[in-house]
Write a protein that binds this ligand. Structure first.
Ligand SMILES: NC(=O)c1ccc[n+]([C@@H]2O[C@H](COP(=O)([O-])OP(=O)(O)OC[C@H]3O[C@@H](n4cnc5c(N)ncnc54)[C@H](O)[C@@H]3O)[C@@H](O)[C@H]2O)c1
Length: 293
C-alpha cells in the first residue's frame, strides 16, 4: 500500500542543522504538523527559534503553531507519513541513521534524504524499505524553489509521486534526475562552478569578492558562488567535495587545503558567523559592493 500524500499527517525532519531547519520551516509554513529532531540535545528548539525569525505576521504564527522540537526519536516518528533526513553528508552516518529510521518509523511511512552528493541506492538499502525511499536535494526554500529528486531502481513509482506532491505542497518545484548519479543533475552543474571558484582562490587567481562581484554583475543575482557556499556551510561543501574526490581518485578533485583549514578553524560560513564573508551582514549586501574594482 502506497498512500498518497496526506497533509493531515505529521512529518518528521531528522537533523536540525542548516538544511533540516529550512525544510522543517517550509513544512510548517505550509501547515504540516512538523517535528524537528536532532541528536544534539537542545539543538532542535534552538533552531526553531532561529526559523521563527524568517517569517512575520500570520506566517510566523503558522510556523510557530506547526513546528515542534521532538524530545525523542520515537516522539518525532509517531504517526508520521514521511521521515526526511538531513544529517551530515557522510555515507556511514546516513546509512546508520536510515537503518534506525526504517526500523522505527510507521510501516507505511515514506523515508527520504536531503543528500547532496550521495546516491539513493546505498541509503535506500540501509533503510530496509527501499521501495518507499527517495533522495530529494533542496535549495534554500526561503528564497529558491528548486528541488532535485533522485530515486533508486527499487523506488516505487508511487513513492516518486508522493515525494513530488510533498515538495510542491511545501512550495518547491521538483525536477527529476532520471538516472542515478553522484551529485544529481543541477547539483553537478553547481559543483563545476564551486570547484572552479575554489581552485582560483586557492591558486591566487581571484578573491572570493571578485568572483562574486563578477557573477552578480553578469547574472544579476543577489549573491555569488562564495556567498552561496557560506550559506550552505563550508563544512558541508568540504564533505561533498571529499565524496567527489573519493569517488574519482583524481588529484584535481582533492578539496583545497585552505578550505580544510577554514573548516578546522570553525569558519563555516553563515552558521558560525565567519566564512568567506562576515555574517549576518556580509559585504556583498552592502551598498557599493558591485562598484568596487
Ligand atoms: N546546507 C545546505 O545548504 C544543504 C543544501 C542541500 C542539501 N544539504 C544536505 O543536507 C544534509 C545536512 O546538511 P546541513 O548543511 O544541514 O548540515 P549541518 O551540519 O548544518 O546539520 C546536520 C545536523 O544533523 C545533526 N545530526 C548528526 N547526527 C545525527 C543523528 N544521528 N540523528 C539526528 N541528528 C543528527 C547534527 O547535530 C546537526 O545539527 C547533508 O546531507 C547536506 O549535504 C545541505
Amino acid at each position: 500500500m502506497y498512500p498518497s500524500f496526506d497533509p493531515s499527517r505529521p512529518v518528521a525532519i531528522i537533523g536540525a542543522g542548516v538544511m533540516g531547519t529550512k525544510v522543517a520551516w517550509a513544512c510548517a509554513r505550509a501547515g504540516l504538523a512538523t517535528r524537528l529532531f536532532d541528536s544534539e540535545p537542545g539543538k532542535a528548539a534552538e533552531s526553531i527559534e532561529r526559523a521563527l525569525g524568517w517569517s512575520g505576521g500570520a506566517e510566523r504564527e503558522r510556523v510557530a503553531s506547526h513546528l515542534t522540537a521532538a524530545p525523542s526519536l520515537d516522539a518525532a516518528l509517531s504517526r508520521v507519513q514521511l521521515v526526511f533526513e538531513n544529517v551530515p553528508e557522510k555515507l556511514a552516518l546516513k546509512q546508520a541513521v536510515h537503518g534506525e529510521l526504517g526500523r522505527r518509523a510507521p510501516a507505511d511511512a515514506y523515508q527520504g534524504s536531503n543528500a547532496s552528493s550521495i546516491t539513493c541506492t546505498p541509503l535506500a538499502a540501509a533503510s530496509g524499505r527501499p521501495e518507499r525511499f527517495f533522495n530529494l536535494n533542496f535549495t534554500d526554500p526561503r528564497r529558491e524553489r528548486l528541488t532535485e529528486l533522485m530515486a533508486s531502481a527499487s523506488t516505487a513509482a508511487e513513492t516518486k509521486t508522493f515525494a513530488m506532491a510533498w515538495a510542491r505542497h511545501i512550495g518547491m518545484i521538483p525536477i527529476e534526475t532520471h538516472r542515478e548519479q553522484l551529485g544529481y543533475s543541477f547539483n553537478r552543474l553547481w559543483r563545476v562552478i564551486k570547484q572552479e571558484a575554489l581552485r582560483q582562490i586557492a591558486e591566487g587567481y581571484a578573491t572570493p569578492e571578485s568572483i562574486d562581484r563578477a557573477w552578480m554583475l553578469c547574472f544579476g543575482t543577489k549573491m555569488g558562488p562564495c556567498g552561496l557556499m557560506d550559506d550552505i556551510g563550508l563544512h558541508t561543501i568540504l564533505s561533498v567535495e571529499r565524496i567527489y574526490y573519493e569517488a574519482s581518485g583524481d588529484p584535481r578533485d582533492r578539496p583545497p587545503e585552505f578550505l580544510e583549514a577554514m573548516v578546522k578553524a570553525g569558519k563555516l560560513g553563515v552558521a558560525s558567523g565567519q566564512g568567506f564573508y562576515t555574517h549576518p551582514d556580509p559585504a556583498y549586501r552592502k551598498p557599493g559592493f558591485l562598484e568596487q574594482g
